[in-house]
Ligand binder design. Structure first.
Ligand SMILES: Nc1ncnc2c1ncn2[C@@H]1O[C@H](COP(=O)(O)OP(=O)(O)OP(=O)(O)O)[C@@H](O)[C@H]1O
Length: 334
């Protein structure tokens, strides 16, 4: 198996007519890493992925795979493979034939390509289903076959466009683990497009948050969560309130770092605090999420450990004081 290749984007741009879908982005994805492109619908994630794959022409800038500029290299010669949102297996071919298909196109002899396809089906735990047609498989199983079909070409970079979005939540979590295991075992660079922040956080070594054709921030998940650079990133990854703090400008405040006390009690020393009213609460199992109406903030969310919440439950309409320490706010770019 070929080892992972680094991918570099330099001032990469994609325009469709006069609309700019990807706007001069620069990024280096280290070889053998798991990179997730994260962002809302229409921010340019898929266009970027398709330019890396060679399925979309670059309008300006460069795509490098390893040390080579691949702008004019055909998709099949880039050392990349793509796994699509719809698995697009050939319905009349069994699993082995589906997986072996690209080897057939490359002229690999039949016995050899079938053997390699069987081995790849074992890698994705589908060896027992080798002779089945796609219609005889569940969605999750079809996806494993699609993964085997992408991996059989021994790519240095595997590109995945929303690979988990068609699965039910239980299967999605299992496939998520499987993708991570495969990436770690094979050492291939994975570039995975998603609009799910939890998916990106769970999988990626490098999360690239995009907004309106630009990269807002590219960082390891924990760095992103602890130090979002902009209000957009703080809101999009969730778990933060965005506030305007006296003298500091916009700040992000972690929703799980806020203490609630009775508004009638005197405020504790050395903390920032606001008074508000409980608007709504949601039970999330290990935690409870409260929405407060607070002067000067559009939304203000507090996440509390469920045991602590139920020790002194707060109802809708309760007046509360929300308090946090200086160290729990993080300055954002204005
Ligand atoms: N072939 C095309 N022709 C014209 N505009 C396009 C084309 N493909 C994409 N766009 C536009 O480019 C922008 C970025 O699209 P892109 O598919 O890259 O976004 P995305 O972040 O992947 O979105 P989604 O999560 O909805 O798939 C969008 O405004 C989209 O409408």
């Amino acid at each position: 198996m070929r080892s992972g290749a680094a991918v570099e984007l330099i001032a990469l741009t994609k325009s469709y007519g006069r609309s700019v879908a990807v706007n001069r982005i620069d990024l280096r994805i280290p070889a053998g890493s798991y990179c997730c492109f994260l962002g809302p619908s229409g921010c340019g994630k898929t266009s970027t992925l398709r330019m890396i794959a060679g399925h979309e022409e670059v309008s300006d800038g460069d795509v490098l795979i390893g040390d080579t500029v691949v702008n004019d290299v055909p998709p099949a010669k880039r050392g990349t493979a793509m796994m699509f949102q719809s698995y697009a297996l050939f319905p009349h071919l069994d699993c082995v034939e589906n997986v072996a298909f690209s080897l057939k196109m490359r002229g690999v002899p039949k016995a050899q390509r079938r053997e390699r396809a069987r081995a790849m089906l074992e890698t994705v735990h589908m060896g027992a289903y080798a002779g089945r047609l796609p219609s005889q498989l569940s969605g999750g199983q079809q996806q494993r076959v699609a993964l085997a079909r992408a991996l059989i070409t021994e790519p240095g970079v595997l590109l995945l466009d929303e690979p988990l979005s068609a699965l039910d939540p239980f299967l999605r979590d299992r496939m998520r683990e499987e993708l991570k295991r495969l990436q770690t075992d094979l050492g291939i660079t994975f570039i995975h497009v998603t609009h799910s922040q939890s998916e990106a956080m769970a999988l990626a070594d490098l999360v690239v948050v995009m907004n309106e054709g630009r990269i807002e921030q590219a960082a390891a998940p924990r760095d992103l969560y602890n130090a979002p650079r902009t209000a957009f990133v703080a809101r999009f990854i969730g778990g933060h309130n965005v506030l305007t703090h006296d003298g500091l400008g916009p700040v992000a405040l972690r929703t799980d770092r806020i203490a609630l006390t009775d508004a009638a009690a005197p405020p504790p020393d050395g903390v920032f605090h606001v008074e508000g009213t409980v608007n709504a609460f949601e039970y999330h199992g290990s935690s409870v999420q409260l929405s407060l109406a607070v002067p000067g903030a559009d939304e203000f969310t507090v996440v509390m450990d469920e045991a602590r919440f139920f020790a002194a439950p707060l109802g809708v309409g309760a007046r509360v004081r929300a308090a946090w320490r200086d160290g729990d706010v993080h300055r954002l770019q204005a």
